[in-house]
Design a protein around this ligand. Structure first.
Ligand code: PLP
Length: 428
Protein backbone atom coordinates (compact mmCIF):
# COMPACT_ATOMS: atom_id res chain seq x y z
CA UNK A 1 0.00 0.00 0.00
CA UNK A 2 1.41 3.42 -0.96
CA UNK A 3 1.67 6.19 1.63
CA UNK A 4 -1.26 7.99 -0.03
CA UNK A 5 -3.44 4.87 -0.04
CA UNK A 6 -2.63 4.33 3.63
CA UNK A 7 -3.52 7.95 4.46
CA UNK A 8 -6.76 7.61 2.48
CA UNK A 9 -7.81 4.48 4.35
CA UNK A 10 -7.09 6.27 7.65
CA UNK A 11 -9.13 9.24 6.39
CA UNK A 12 -12.04 6.97 5.44
CA UNK A 13 -12.08 5.62 8.99
CA UNK A 14 -12.49 9.02 10.64
CA UNK A 15 -13.92 11.45 8.05
CA UNK A 16 -17.19 10.71 6.19
CA UNK A 17 -16.10 9.69 2.70
CA UNK A 18 -12.52 10.52 3.72
CA UNK A 19 -13.05 14.26 3.15
CA UNK A 20 -14.51 17.41 4.64
CA UNK A 21 -16.39 18.53 1.53
CA UNK A 22 -18.00 16.05 -0.92
CA UNK A 23 -16.48 16.99 -4.30
CA UNK A 24 -12.99 16.49 -2.84
CA UNK A 25 -13.67 12.74 -2.83
CA UNK A 26 -13.22 12.61 -6.66
CA UNK A 27 -16.28 10.39 -7.02
CA UNK A 28 -17.32 12.09 -10.27
CA UNK A 29 -13.99 11.40 -11.95
CA UNK A 30 -12.85 8.18 -10.29
CA UNK A 31 -9.63 7.30 -8.54
CA UNK A 32 -8.62 8.04 -4.99
CA UNK A 33 -8.25 11.68 -4.02
CA UNK A 34 -4.71 12.89 -3.45
CA UNK A 35 -3.43 14.64 -0.35
CA UNK A 36 -1.60 17.95 -0.57
CA UNK A 37 1.74 18.40 1.17
CA UNK A 38 2.28 22.01 0.22
CA UNK A 39 1.41 24.59 -2.43
CA UNK A 40 3.26 27.55 -3.89
CA UNK A 41 2.31 29.91 -6.70
CA UNK A 42 0.42 28.00 -9.40
CA UNK A 43 1.46 24.57 -8.09
CA UNK A 44 0.25 21.96 -5.64
CA UNK A 45 2.64 19.31 -4.38
CA UNK A 46 1.00 16.07 -3.30
CA UNK A 47 2.16 13.82 -0.47
CA UNK A 48 3.41 11.38 -3.10
CA UNK A 49 5.52 14.10 -4.75
CA UNK A 50 3.35 14.90 -7.80
CA UNK A 51 3.66 18.56 -8.82
CA UNK A 52 0.41 19.77 -10.38
CA UNK A 53 -0.51 23.08 -12.00
CA UNK A 54 -3.58 24.03 -10.00
CA UNK A 55 -6.75 25.31 -11.72
CA UNK A 56 -8.92 24.71 -8.64
CA UNK A 57 -7.10 27.23 -6.44
CA UNK A 58 -9.01 26.36 -3.29
CA UNK A 59 -12.25 26.55 -5.29
CA UNK A 60 -11.53 30.04 -6.51
CA UNK A 61 -10.27 31.62 -3.30
CA UNK A 62 -6.62 32.05 -4.33
CA UNK A 63 -6.64 34.75 -6.99
CA UNK A 64 -2.96 35.50 -6.25
CA UNK A 65 -2.01 31.83 -6.20
CA UNK A 66 -0.72 29.80 -3.27
CA UNK A 67 1.58 31.21 -0.65
CA UNK A 68 1.60 34.72 -2.14
CA UNK A 69 4.49 36.58 -0.45
CA UNK A 70 2.56 39.69 0.67
CA UNK A 71 -0.24 37.56 2.13
CA UNK A 72 2.23 35.22 3.84
CA UNK A 73 4.19 38.13 5.31
CA UNK A 74 1.06 39.91 6.57
CA UNK A 75 -0.17 36.66 8.14
CA UNK A 76 3.18 35.91 9.74
CA UNK A 77 3.09 39.28 11.49
CA UNK A 78 -0.60 38.93 12.38
CA UNK A 79 -0.23 35.49 13.94
CA UNK A 80 2.28 36.92 16.41
CA UNK A 81 -0.42 39.31 17.62
CA UNK A 82 -2.84 36.49 18.47
CA UNK A 83 -5.24 34.40 16.41
CA UNK A 84 -8.69 35.45 17.63
CA UNK A 85 -9.90 38.20 19.93
CA UNK A 86 -13.68 37.95 20.02
CA UNK A 87 -13.60 41.74 19.96
CA UNK A 88 -13.32 43.99 16.91
CA UNK A 89 -9.85 44.58 15.45
CA UNK A 90 -8.63 47.26 12.99
CA UNK A 91 -8.32 44.79 10.09
CA UNK A 92 -12.12 44.27 10.11
CA UNK A 93 -12.64 47.96 9.42
CA UNK A 94 -9.83 47.98 6.84
CA UNK A 95 -11.25 45.03 4.89
CA UNK A 96 -14.78 46.44 5.03
CA UNK A 97 -13.51 49.81 3.77
CA UNK A 98 -11.80 48.14 0.82
CA UNK A 99 -14.91 46.19 -0.13
CA UNK A 100 -17.08 49.30 0.13
CA UNK A 101 -14.59 51.24 -2.00
CA UNK A 102 -14.41 48.55 -4.70
CA UNK A 103 -18.06 47.46 -4.96
CA UNK A 104 -20.34 50.46 -5.55
CA UNK A 105 -23.58 48.72 -4.45
CA UNK A 106 -22.12 47.97 -1.00
CA UNK A 107 -22.29 50.68 1.67
CA UNK A 108 -21.85 48.37 4.65
CA UNK A 109 -20.68 44.84 5.14
CA UNK A 110 -20.96 42.08 7.79
CA UNK A 111 -18.24 39.42 7.96
CA UNK A 112 -19.04 35.78 8.62
CA UNK A 113 -16.99 32.58 8.29
CA UNK A 114 -18.17 31.00 5.04
CA UNK A 115 -20.18 31.64 1.92
CA UNK A 116 -22.91 29.43 3.34
CA UNK A 117 -23.33 31.69 6.33
CA UNK A 118 -23.35 34.75 4.08
CA UNK A 119 -26.19 33.56 1.84
CA UNK A 120 -28.19 32.27 4.80
CA UNK A 121 -27.94 35.64 6.53
CA UNK A 122 -28.66 37.61 3.34
CA UNK A 123 -31.91 35.71 2.84
CA UNK A 124 -32.92 36.29 6.46
CA UNK A 125 -32.30 39.99 5.97
CA UNK A 126 -34.30 40.04 2.72
CA UNK A 127 -37.20 38.28 4.45
CA UNK A 128 -37.06 40.74 7.33
CA UNK A 129 -36.91 43.74 4.98
CA UNK A 130 -39.88 42.63 2.88
CA UNK A 131 -41.97 40.78 5.46
CA UNK A 132 -42.26 37.95 2.91
CA UNK A 133 -41.12 34.31 3.00
CA UNK A 134 -40.65 32.97 -0.54
CA UNK A 135 -37.30 33.04 -2.31
CA UNK A 136 -36.33 32.17 -5.87
CA UNK A 137 -33.07 30.49 -6.80
CA UNK A 138 -31.89 29.15 -10.15
CA UNK A 139 -31.56 25.51 -11.16
CA UNK A 140 -27.96 24.42 -10.78
CA UNK A 141 -26.96 27.42 -8.67
CA UNK A 142 -25.23 26.59 -5.41
CA UNK A 143 -25.44 28.99 -2.52
CA UNK A 144 -23.87 26.86 0.18
CA UNK A 145 -25.38 24.02 2.14
CA UNK A 146 -28.04 25.78 4.23
CA UNK A 147 -31.43 24.03 4.13
CA UNK A 148 -33.18 26.67 2.04
CA UNK A 149 -30.65 26.33 -0.80
CA UNK A 150 -30.46 22.55 -1.13
CA UNK A 151 -33.17 22.63 -3.72
CA UNK A 152 -32.04 22.06 -7.32
CA UNK A 153 -28.49 22.93 -6.24
CA UNK A 154 -25.47 22.49 -8.48
CA UNK A 155 -21.87 21.25 -8.15
CA UNK A 156 -21.48 18.70 -5.36
CA UNK A 157 -25.16 17.94 -5.25
CA UNK A 158 -25.41 17.57 -9.03
CA UNK A 159 -22.23 15.54 -9.08
CA UNK A 160 -23.55 13.15 -6.49
CA UNK A 161 -26.95 12.99 -8.17
CA UNK A 162 -28.80 14.28 -5.13
CA UNK A 163 -31.40 16.74 -6.40
CA UNK A 164 -32.25 17.48 -2.81
CA UNK A 165 -30.84 16.33 0.50
CA UNK A 166 -32.45 14.14 3.13
CA UNK A 167 -32.80 16.20 6.28
CA UNK A 168 -34.10 19.32 4.54
CA UNK A 169 -37.64 19.84 5.90
CA UNK A 170 -40.19 19.75 3.06
CA UNK A 171 -41.98 22.70 4.64
CA UNK A 172 -38.86 24.80 4.38
CA UNK A 173 -37.98 23.62 0.85
CA UNK A 174 -41.46 24.74 -0.23
CA UNK A 175 -40.43 28.32 0.45
CA UNK A 176 -37.69 28.04 -2.18
CA UNK A 177 -38.90 28.27 -5.76
CA UNK A 178 -36.54 27.44 -8.58
CA UNK A 179 -36.35 28.67 -12.16
CA UNK A 180 -34.09 27.96 -15.12
CA UNK A 181 -31.11 30.32 -15.37
CA UNK A 182 -31.30 32.82 -18.24
CA UNK A 183 -35.09 32.45 -18.54
CA UNK A 184 -36.56 35.83 -17.68
CA UNK A 185 -40.03 34.72 -18.76
CA UNK A 186 -39.94 32.02 -16.06
CA UNK A 187 -39.20 34.69 -13.47
CA UNK A 188 -41.97 36.94 -14.77
CA UNK A 189 -44.40 34.05 -14.47
CA UNK A 190 -43.37 33.32 -10.89
CA UNK A 191 -43.77 36.98 -9.95
CA UNK A 192 -47.13 37.23 -11.66
CA UNK A 193 -48.33 34.32 -9.58
CA UNK A 194 -46.57 34.91 -6.24
CA UNK A 195 -45.06 38.42 -6.50
CA UNK A 196 -46.44 39.81 -3.25
CA UNK A 197 -45.01 36.82 -1.33
CA UNK A 198 -41.49 36.84 -2.82
CA UNK A 199 -38.80 38.23 -0.52
CA UNK A 200 -35.78 37.71 -2.76
CA UNK A 201 -34.27 36.41 -5.92
CA UNK A 202 -30.80 35.00 -5.28
CA UNK A 203 -28.57 34.48 -8.29
CA UNK A 204 -25.02 33.52 -9.05
CA UNK A 205 -24.59 36.14 -11.81
CA UNK A 206 -22.37 33.67 -13.67
CA UNK A 207 -23.35 30.11 -12.79
CA UNK A 208 -20.12 28.64 -11.50
CA UNK A 209 -21.53 25.61 -9.75
CA UNK A 210 -22.98 24.12 -12.89
CA UNK A 211 -19.67 24.48 -14.73
CA UNK A 212 -19.58 27.94 -16.22
CA UNK A 213 -22.75 29.53 -17.60
CA UNK A 214 -22.69 33.26 -18.36
CA UNK A 215 -25.86 35.36 -18.22
CA UNK A 216 -27.35 36.08 -21.64
CA UNK A 217 -27.68 39.80 -22.48
CA UNK A 218 -30.67 41.29 -20.70
CA UNK A 219 -31.12 38.50 -18.13
CA UNK A 220 -29.53 40.18 -15.10
CA UNK A 221 -31.04 43.51 -16.20
CA UNK A 222 -34.43 41.77 -16.32
CA UNK A 223 -33.97 40.39 -12.80
CA UNK A 224 -33.12 43.88 -11.60
CA UNK A 225 -36.22 45.40 -13.18
CA UNK A 226 -38.66 42.74 -12.02
CA UNK A 227 -37.44 42.61 -8.42
CA UNK A 228 -37.54 46.38 -8.22
CA UNK A 229 -41.06 46.52 -9.62
CA UNK A 230 -42.30 43.95 -7.08
CA UNK A 231 -40.37 45.28 -4.09
CA UNK A 232 -38.30 42.09 -3.76
CA UNK A 233 -34.63 42.04 -2.81
CA UNK A 234 -32.14 41.08 -5.53
CA UNK A 235 -29.21 39.16 -4.06
CA UNK A 236 -26.14 38.50 -6.17
CA UNK A 237 -24.22 35.60 -4.71
CA UNK A 238 -20.72 36.68 -5.65
CA UNK A 239 -18.95 34.20 -3.37
CA UNK A 240 -17.28 32.85 -6.51
CA UNK A 241 -17.41 35.78 -8.96
CA UNK A 242 -16.59 38.52 -6.43
CA UNK A 243 -13.26 40.24 -7.18
CA UNK A 244 -12.53 37.40 -9.61
CA UNK A 245 -14.29 38.26 -12.86
CA UNK A 246 -13.69 42.00 -12.35
CA UNK A 247 -12.36 44.18 -9.49
CA UNK A 248 -16.00 44.91 -8.62
CA UNK A 249 -17.23 41.37 -9.30
CA UNK A 250 -19.89 40.33 -11.78
CA UNK A 251 -21.82 43.49 -10.99
CA UNK A 252 -18.80 45.53 -12.11
CA UNK A 253 -18.53 43.50 -15.29
CA UNK A 254 -22.22 43.63 -16.20
CA UNK A 255 -23.20 46.98 -14.70
CA UNK A 256 -26.22 45.45 -12.93
CA UNK A 257 -26.33 46.31 -9.23
CA UNK A 258 -28.11 44.08 -6.73
CA UNK A 259 -29.56 45.14 -3.37
CA UNK A 260 -27.45 42.65 -1.43
CA UNK A 261 -24.21 40.89 -2.34
CA UNK A 262 -22.73 37.81 -0.73
CA UNK A 263 -18.98 37.30 -0.80
CA UNK A 264 -16.40 34.75 0.31
CA UNK A 265 -13.36 33.00 -1.20
CA UNK A 266 -11.16 35.83 -2.65
CA UNK A 267 -11.87 38.30 0.19
CA UNK A 268 -10.24 35.92 2.67
CA UNK A 269 -7.06 35.34 0.66
CA UNK A 270 -7.33 31.60 1.36
CA UNK A 271 -8.57 31.78 4.96
CA UNK A 272 -12.13 30.94 6.04
CA UNK A 273 -14.43 33.89 5.38
CA UNK A 274 -17.78 35.06 4.08
CA UNK A 275 -19.52 38.42 3.98
CA UNK A 276 -22.75 40.05 2.99
CA UNK A 277 -23.25 43.68 2.21
CA UNK A 278 -25.43 46.19 0.47
CA UNK A 279 -27.27 49.46 0.86
CA UNK A 280 -26.98 51.14 4.24
CA UNK A 281 -30.73 51.10 4.90
CA UNK A 282 -30.80 47.29 4.51
CA UNK A 283 -27.57 46.59 6.38
CA UNK A 284 -28.59 48.78 9.31
CA UNK A 285 -31.37 46.29 9.95
CA UNK A 286 -28.68 43.78 11.05
CA UNK A 287 -28.09 43.40 14.82
CA UNK A 288 -27.03 45.30 16.81
CA UNK A 289 -27.78 48.29 14.53
CA UNK A 290 -31.18 46.68 13.88
CA UNK A 291 -33.02 43.62 15.08
CA UNK A 292 -32.25 41.01 12.37
CA UNK A 293 -30.14 38.63 14.43
CA UNK A 294 -26.89 37.20 13.14
CA UNK A 295 -23.69 36.57 15.07
CA UNK A 296 -20.43 34.55 15.03
CA UNK A 297 -17.74 33.54 17.54
CA UNK A 298 -14.95 33.78 14.96
CA UNK A 299 -16.53 36.38 12.64
CA UNK A 300 -14.04 39.07 11.65
CA UNK A 301 -11.18 36.76 12.57
CA UNK A 302 -7.94 38.79 12.54
CA UNK A 303 -6.05 36.28 10.39
CA UNK A 304 -8.79 36.04 7.74
CA UNK A 305 -9.16 39.83 7.75
CA UNK A 306 -5.41 40.31 7.37
CA UNK A 307 -5.16 37.88 4.45
CA UNK A 308 -8.16 39.59 2.85
CA UNK A 309 -6.69 43.08 3.19
CA UNK A 310 -3.34 41.93 1.75
CA UNK A 311 -5.14 40.27 -1.19
CA UNK A 312 -7.45 43.16 -2.00
CA UNK A 313 -4.56 45.61 -1.76
CA UNK A 314 -2.94 43.84 -4.70
CA UNK A 315 -6.17 43.66 -6.69
CA UNK A 316 -7.09 47.30 -6.22
CA UNK A 317 -3.66 48.75 -6.89
CA UNK A 318 -2.41 46.59 -9.77
CA UNK A 319 -4.14 45.87 -13.10
CA UNK A 320 -4.28 42.13 -12.36
CA UNK A 321 -7.66 41.53 -13.96
CA UNK A 322 -6.52 42.52 -17.46
CA UNK A 323 -3.67 40.03 -17.22
CA UNK A 324 -5.89 37.33 -15.76
CA UNK A 325 -8.52 37.84 -18.44
CA UNK A 326 -5.96 37.75 -21.26
CA UNK A 327 -4.33 34.58 -19.98
CA UNK A 328 -7.63 32.84 -19.31
CA UNK A 329 -8.87 33.79 -22.80
CA UNK A 330 -5.73 32.40 -24.36
CA UNK A 331 -6.05 29.11 -22.49
CA UNK A 332 -9.72 28.75 -23.35
CA UNK A 333 -9.22 29.62 -27.03
CA UNK A 334 -6.42 27.10 -27.39
CA UNK A 335 -8.50 24.39 -25.75
CA UNK A 336 -11.35 25.01 -28.16
CA UNK A 337 -8.93 25.00 -31.13
CA UNK A 338 -7.36 21.70 -30.06
CA UNK A 339 -10.74 20.08 -29.49
CA UNK A 340 -11.92 21.22 -32.93
CA UNK A 341 -8.78 19.81 -34.55
CA UNK A 342 -9.31 16.42 -32.88
CA UNK A 343 -13.05 16.47 -33.50
CA UNK A 344 -14.20 16.60 -29.86
CA UNK A 345 -17.36 18.64 -29.21
CA UNK A 346 -16.29 21.13 -26.55
CA UNK A 347 -17.88 24.28 -25.21
CA UNK A 348 -15.66 26.48 -23.08
CA UNK A 349 -16.78 29.71 -21.46
CA UNK A 350 -14.92 32.26 -19.40
CA UNK A 351 -15.17 35.62 -17.65
CA UNK A 352 -12.15 37.22 -16.06
CA UNK A 353 -10.21 34.48 -14.32
CA UNK A 354 -13.05 31.97 -14.20
CA UNK A 355 -13.73 29.34 -16.88
CA UNK A 356 -15.45 26.03 -17.47
CA UNK A 357 -15.64 23.22 -20.02
CA UNK A 358 -18.48 21.08 -21.31
CA UNK A 359 -18.00 18.07 -23.55
CA UNK A 360 -21.01 19.09 -25.53
CA UNK A 361 -21.38 21.20 -28.73
CA UNK A 362 -23.32 23.90 -26.82
CA UNK A 363 -24.61 26.45 -26.41
CA UNK A 364 -24.89 26.01 -22.64
CA UNK A 365 -27.24 28.61 -21.21
CA UNK A 366 -28.75 26.80 -18.24
CA UNK A 367 -28.34 23.78 -15.98
CA UNK A 368 -30.43 21.45 -18.16
CA UNK A 369 -28.03 22.09 -21.05
CA UNK A 370 -25.01 21.86 -18.75
CA UNK A 371 -26.14 18.39 -17.71
CA UNK A 372 -25.89 17.26 -21.33
CA UNK A 373 -22.10 17.35 -20.97
CA UNK A 374 -20.44 13.99 -21.51
CA UNK A 375 -19.55 13.27 -17.88
CA UNK A 376 -17.65 10.07 -18.77
CA UNK A 377 -15.47 11.99 -21.23
CA UNK A 378 -14.91 14.64 -18.56
CA UNK A 379 -13.78 11.97 -16.09
CA UNK A 380 -11.32 10.52 -18.63
CA UNK A 381 -10.07 14.01 -19.49
CA UNK A 382 -9.67 14.85 -15.80
CA UNK A 383 -7.54 11.77 -15.19
CA UNK A 384 -5.48 12.42 -18.34
CA UNK A 385 -4.97 16.05 -17.31
CA UNK A 386 -3.71 14.93 -13.90
CA UNK A 387 -1.33 12.44 -15.51
CA UNK A 388 -0.04 15.38 -17.53
CA UNK A 389 0.48 17.47 -14.39
CA UNK A 390 -2.72 19.53 -14.38
CA UNK A 391 -5.28 19.63 -11.58
CA UNK A 392 -8.79 20.47 -12.76
CA UNK A 393 -11.86 20.41 -10.50
CA UNK A 394 -12.87 16.78 -9.93
CA UNK A 395 -16.41 17.42 -11.18
CA UNK A 396 -17.84 18.34 -14.59
CA UNK A 397 -20.01 20.92 -12.82
CA UNK A 398 -17.37 23.08 -11.17
CA UNK A 399 -15.73 26.19 -12.58
CA UNK A 400 -11.96 26.36 -13.09
CA UNK A 401 -9.82 29.33 -12.11
CA UNK A 402 -6.60 31.10 -13.05
CA UNK A 403 -4.41 33.06 -10.61
CA UNK A 404 -1.82 35.78 -11.07
CA UNK A 405 0.81 33.08 -10.39
CA UNK A 406 -0.18 31.42 -13.68
CA UNK A 407 2.39 33.22 -15.80
CA UNK A 408 2.33 33.30 -19.61
CA UNK A 409 4.86 30.43 -19.54
CA UNK A 410 2.67 28.35 -17.25
CA UNK A 411 -0.34 29.00 -19.47
CA UNK A 412 1.67 27.93 -22.58
CA UNK A 413 2.79 24.81 -20.74
CA UNK A 414 -0.79 24.08 -19.66
CA UNK A 415 -2.04 24.46 -23.24
CA UNK A 416 0.41 21.77 -24.39
CA UNK A 417 -0.39 19.46 -21.49
CA UNK A 418 -4.14 19.83 -21.92
CA UNK A 419 -3.84 19.23 -25.68
CA UNK A 420 -2.20 15.90 -24.85
CA UNK A 421 -4.86 15.15 -22.23
CA UNK A 422 -7.64 15.92 -24.73
CA UNK A 423 -6.06 13.60 -27.30
CA UNK A 424 -5.67 10.88 -24.65
CA UNK A 425 -9.28 11.31 -23.56
CA UNK A 426 -10.42 10.15 -27.01
CA UNK A 427 -8.79 6.80 -26.27
CA UNK A 428 -11.04 6.26 -23.24
N1 PLP B 1 -22.13 30.59 -3.00
C1 PLP B 1 -21.41 30.25 -4.06
C2 PLP B 1 -21.68 30.89 -5.39
C3 PLP B 1 -20.40 29.29 -3.96
O1 PLP B 1 -19.68 28.94 -5.04
C4 PLP B 1 -20.17 28.69 -2.70
C5 PLP B 1 -19.14 27.67 -2.54
O2 PLP B 1 -18.56 27.16 -3.46
C6 PLP B 1 -20.95 29.09 -1.60
C7 PLP B 1 -21.92 30.05 -1.79
C8 PLP B 1 -20.72 28.50 -0.27
O3 PLP B 1 -19.53 28.97 0.26
P1 PLP B 1 -18.76 28.13 1.40
O4 PLP B 1 -18.30 26.89 0.77
O5 PLP B 1 -17.66 29.05 1.83
O6 PLP B 1 -19.76 27.90 2.48
Amino acid sequence: MSGTDELYSRALAVLPGGVNSPVRAFRAVGGNPFFVREAHGAHLVTTSGERLIDYVLSWGALILGHDYPAVREALTLAVKRGTSYGVTCPAEVELAERIVEMVPSIDMVRFVNSGTEATMAAVRLARAATGRDLIIKFDGAYHGHADSFLVAAGSGVATLGLPDSPGVPADLARLTMTAPFNDITGIETLFTQYGDRIAAVIAEPFLGNAGFVPPIPGFLEGLREITKAWGAVLIFDEVMTGFRVHPAGAQGLTGVEPDLTTLGKVIGGGLPIGAYGGARELMEMVAPAGDVYQAGTLSGNPLAMTAGVATLDVIRTEPVHEKLERRTRKLVKSLVGTAEAIGIPLTVGHAGAMWGVYFHPGPVTNFAEAKETDTKRFATFHRAARQNGIFLPPSPFEACFVSTAHTDEIIEDTIERLAKALAESTRG
